[in-house]
Every structure is written in structure tokens, then in C-alpha cells.
Design a protein around this ligand. Structure first.
Ligand SMILES: C[S@@+](CC[C@H](N)C(=O)[O-])C[C@H]1O[C@@H](n2cnc3c(N)ncnc32)[C@H](O)[C@@H]1O
Length: 303
């Protein structure tokens, strides 16, 4: 039984700061229920050590596995991702947890390589939200390395992960995620539309877009069939500057590339080291340098 907070009103600035402090000292409200390429579990403390001291609301336009948002669990967060399968899964975890785990148990009982490819080939369009969410979670946990990758037609195309006994869910994790979702507003929009509709002065916004590729082998752009191309990166950098001018406090992650340094040159850039565990070609594991972009001034929100 999931107990849901009844309200989505934001916490006070002091409560928000406390939530950041709690994560910095090792306490998380909830953890991701999916493995997600570019997930920020390992970096979340580094990122939050740059959080503003006071802020009104927390916004995350590229939610993915939601490592930061779930760890914080602040009431009234505005969370968004353009991936409809992913956002449907968040909603189903919150609304229909029992039906979801029943369906996941059914899939787990049938698990094999052949069954994986059978489920992968099914068209999710005709499914109920619960069936769609179960398929999404099953493919994420039974597929190769937790990747989410689609072809140009938008079909999930990750190969079998060769784990004979994948763990599809943990009840405590799902319950904690459900509580955070119930206290948040979750949407499925392109990031720019989400930010233009919602961002305002005093917001702390964490932006974790698909990264600028560091080499021809790194291809994490295909979270969606539209991909995230160079002109998207340019538009995002422009929007970052607009958010700063608005009086919000955006922190953005990206890879350490000449293009990143050029796009964000007018802001503060901090280099951080990250060990990747998900890599599409199994290369480049080990320390990878990436950057955090911060506003140059505290924007009236003490940092
Ligand atoms: C690097 S991942 C975010 C990882 C996340 N911080 C975590 O801890 O798991 C980038 C996310 O951006 C989403 N995305 C890609 N293009 C987008 C767009 N145009 N608007 C909104 N979200 C987008 C992808 O679906 C993906 O989940």
C-alpha cells in the first residue's frame, strides 16, 4: 500500500536547504528504479555541493532515472522528460503499484532470451499504461547494460542482457519513488517548452541533457527518435543564459568538450571527474571528465 502525501505545495526555502544538506550527508529519500545512461547517482553529491543556499522550487527538465530529484524528495518539484515510456512508468508506479508488480512478476516468470525479444517486438501503443510500464521496466532490467536506445522509427532496439535472473524491482524503491512522484508535478514535454512554461525567479534548475559527444563512438543522443543534435545544444545554451537572466539558478551538466567551453564561456565552468558504468561500446570506462556550468553570480539566491 503506497501512502501518498496529499499536497504538491513547495517546501519552504529552509526545508529545501535541509533536503540538500541531507543528501550531502548521505541520506537519500528515494533511488532510481531504472538503470539510465548518464544517470547521476555517483555525481549527485558533487553537483549538490554547488546548489544555492536558498531556493524556492526545484525543477528538472531532463529527468531520466532522476537520481538527484529522487534523492532530494522535496515537495512541489517540477519534473519532466520527453521520453513518454519513462514518464508513463513514473505515473504507473505512483498510481497502480500493485498492478505493476503483478505484471512484472508475470514477465519475470517467463524470462528468457527468446521472451525478451518477443516483448521487445511488441507494439506498446495498444497496451494499457500498466502493461506499457511493465514492458519498459522489464526491457530496462533485462536488456544490455540498462541502455535505452531507439532506432529512427522510435522502436526500442537494445539487445538482450544475458542475465538469466534479472531483478526487475524492489518494493521499497518503488514505494519511495511513488511518494516522491505523488508530491511532485511530472510532465512529458520537450525541455524548452517545459522551462518556458514553468521557470521563474528563485528556482533551482538542474539540467542534465544528452551530452555533446566526446568522440565518434560516444552515442548517447538516441534517448528519443528525434535525437539531441548540435543545434539543440546551441539552443539549450541560449536558454541557459535566459534562465540566469530570469533570476533562476540553473546548474547544467555536459561533457568536457571544446564546444561546451565555447557555448558556456560566459558562465562559470567547473570540471568534474566521473566513472561511467554504462557505455554503448564497452570502451572508455574509467575516469571521464565532464563539466558543471553555474551562473557567475548568485543571482540573488545565495550560493
Ligand atoms: C543524461 S539523461 C538524464 C539522466 C538523469 N540525470 C539521471 O540521473 O538518470 C538525459 C535525459 O534527457 C531526456 N531528453 C532527451 N531529449 C529531450 C528533450 N528534447 N526534452 C526533454 N528531455 C529530453 C532523455 O530522455 C534522457 O532521459
Amino acid at each position: 500500500m503506497v501512502v501518498r502525501p496529499a499536497i504538491r505545495t513547495p517546501g519552504t526555502a529552509a526545508q529545501n536547504r535541509q533536503a540538500v544538506q541531507a543528501v550531502l550527508s548521505g541520506h537519500v529519500v528515494a533511488a532510481p528504479f531504472v538503470k539510465w545512461a548518464g544517470g547521476k547517482r555517483k555525481l549527485m553529491r558533487t553537483i549538490l555541493s554547488y546548489a544555492p543556499i536558498t531556493f524556492e522550487r526545484y525543477l528538472e527538465p531532463f529527468l531520466g532515472g532522476g537520481a538527484l530529484a529522487l534523492a532530494l524528495g522535496i515537495p512541489g518539484m517540477l519534473l519532466n522528460d520527453v521520453n513518454g515510456d519513462l514518464i508513463n512508468a513514473y505515473m504507473v508506479i505512483s498510481e497502480f503499484p500493485v498492478a505493476l508488480t503483478t505484471e512484472l512478476d508475470r514477465l519475470k516468470a517467463l524470462h528468457s532470451e527468446e521472451f525478451y525479444y518477443f516483448v521487445r517486438a511488441l507494439n506498446p501503443m495498444g497496451m494499457t499504461p500498466v502493461e506499457q510500464a511493465a514492458r519498459f521496466i522489464y526491457l530496462n532490467k533485462a536488456g544490455f547494460n540498462g541502455l535505452y536506445r531507439v532506432n529512427r522509427a522510435g522502436q526500442f532496439n537494445v539487445p538482450f542482457g544475458h542475465n538469466p535472473n534479472p531483478s526487475l524491482y524492489d518494493v521499497m524503491v518503488l514505494q519511495a519513488v511513488a511518494n516522491v512522484v505523488a508530491a511532485s508535478t511530472v510532465s512529458c514535454l520537450p525541455y524548452d517548452q517545459f522551462l518556458r512554461q514553468n521557470a521563474r525567479q528563485g528556482d533551482f534548475i538542474y539540467l542534465d541533457p544528452p551530452y555533446i559527444p566526446v568522440s565518434e563512438y560516444s552515442d548517447f543522443k538516441r534517448y528519443t527518435k528525434e535525437q539531441f543534435r548540435e543545434d539543440d545544444q546551441v539552443r539549450l545554451a541560449e536558454l541557459y543564459t535566459e534562465l540566469v537572466q530570469l533570476g533562476a539558478y540553473p546548474i547544467l551538466s555536459n561533457s568536457h568538450t571544446p564546444m561546451t567551453l565555447e557555448l558556456y564561456g560566459q558562465h562559470k565552468i567547473i570540471e568534474v571527474e566521473m566513472t561511467r558504468s554504462i557505455n554503448s561500446v564497452g570502451m572508455g570506462r574509467g575516469a571521464i571528465s565532464e563539466v558543471l556550468v553555474l551562473p557567475r553570480s548568485d543571482n540573488g539566491i545565495q550560493s
